[in-house]
Design a protein around this ligand. Structure first.
Ligand code: UFG
Length: 326
């Protein structure tokens, strides 16, 4: 297929773009490089640099090799929960307004398929774990609210305009795919922060609260390997049906506490990784674990890399690779 990958120079977008190229698709990456990296665009993909809201129409209208695009995978977004609380305007314009412009450009140029990066943050504090897709959606921050608003917009476009759409709600994405991995200027995610300690770039890691109602008192999350996530996107492209909007959670179905993640990182890196207990972080739910039964039933998706040591090991190899470049 001829595919446009927005945000394809970012973490999840670059890994998915690499998988799409490997699978034989014709890929164009569109990214403004505000948080992505030019060298994360995989070899074999075309690259269009610019603001999505401004250039999506031109890129889709131009097509590839004289033919129109068959689909869009939409990763481009702002995704920092804390930033979204402090500066919500960035999320309403950067995520919602931009996505509406993309939907309009797709409609104008008759692009039939869309796979969208949604998030577990659309659910907010869960009433039941594991979280299913019919759980209430009550996001606790503007990041999750902006993604939920886009999900609603996509559903209505699918029904009214016949787009074949799938939203994939990621839980805690981790790991790396060779030279493609997590490289944020401002890092807030647990595993990369812990690996920065192992790499000598930080003294210690703060554990945000050890008095949560969980077995060891630290928060529990569902870590899903970025390669498994990419596999789900390829399946979603194949299974998307005109006029329908499928919504699927993507997690490994197992929860690991912050302390368990620390232990796995110590075992993989051989570094003691000092940890300091700190106050709870605002907006953190105690436990977030996905039910991915719907993705398995509808898409045939089964995560392959659910072992925490494997996930951390791939992220650690990526961290070492980046260090070897400086
Ligand atoms: N944590 C620490 N110390 C740190 C960083 C994180 O203890 O330095 C803890 C957090 O409190 C949390 C867990 O590690 O309990 C995981 O935190 P991350 O920041 O890695 O991930 P989140 O669970 O906060 O975020 C994920 C996705 C978001 C999504 C959110 C849904 O990355 O995009 O789940 O709530 F919005």
């Amino acid at each position: 297929m001829r595919l446009l990958v927005t945000g394809g120079a970012g973490y999840v977008g670059s890994v998915c773009a690499a998988h799409l190229v490997d699978a034989g698709h014709t890929v164009t990456v569109l990214d403004d490089l505000s948080t992505g990296h030019r060298d994360a665009v995989p070899d074999g993909a075309r690259f269009a640099e610019g603001d999505l809201a401004q250039i999506a129409g031109d890129v889709l209208g131009e097509g590839v090799d004289g033919a129109g695009y068959d689909g869009v995978l939409h990763f481009a977004a702002r995704s920092l929960v804390g930033e979204s609380v402090a500066r919500p305007e960035l999320y309403w314009s950067g995520n919602v307004v931009t996505s509406l412009a993309l939907l309009e450009a797709m409609r104008a140029h008759g692009v039939p398929r869309l796979v969208f990066s949604s998030t577990a943050a659309t659910y907010g504090e869960p009433e039941q774990v594991p979280i299913r897709e019919d759980a209430p959606t009550r996001p606790t921050n503007p990041y999750g609210a902006s993604k939920l608003a886009i999900d609603h917009a996509i559903g209505s476009y699918a029904r009214a305009h016949g787009i074949a759409a799938v939203s994939l709600r990621y839980f805690n994405v981790a790991g790396a795919h060779g030279r493609f991995g997590e490289r944020h200027a401002v890092e807030t995610h647990l595993i990369p922060i812990v690996l920065q300690v192992a790499a000598g770039q930080r003294e210690s890691v703060s554990v945000y609260g050890d008095d949560w109602p969980t077995p060891d008192g630290t928060c529990v999350r569902d870590y899903v390997h970025v390669d498994d996530l990419a596999a789900a996107h390829l399946l979603a492209l194949d299974h998307a049906r005109p006029g329908e909007h499928g919504i699927y959670n993507l997690g490994s179905g197992a929860g690991f506490s912050v302390r368990e993640v620390l232990e796995a990182c110590r075992a993989v890196t051989g570094h003691p990784i000092p940890a300091v207990t700190a106050p709870r972080r605002d907006g953190d739910p105690a436990v977030l674990v996905a039910s991915s039964e719907a993705a398995t039933a509808a898409l045939g998706w089964r995560p392959q890399h659910t072992d925490l040591a494997r996930i951390v090991g791939d992220a650690w190899r990526f961290t070492q690779h980046r260090l070897s470049l400086v």
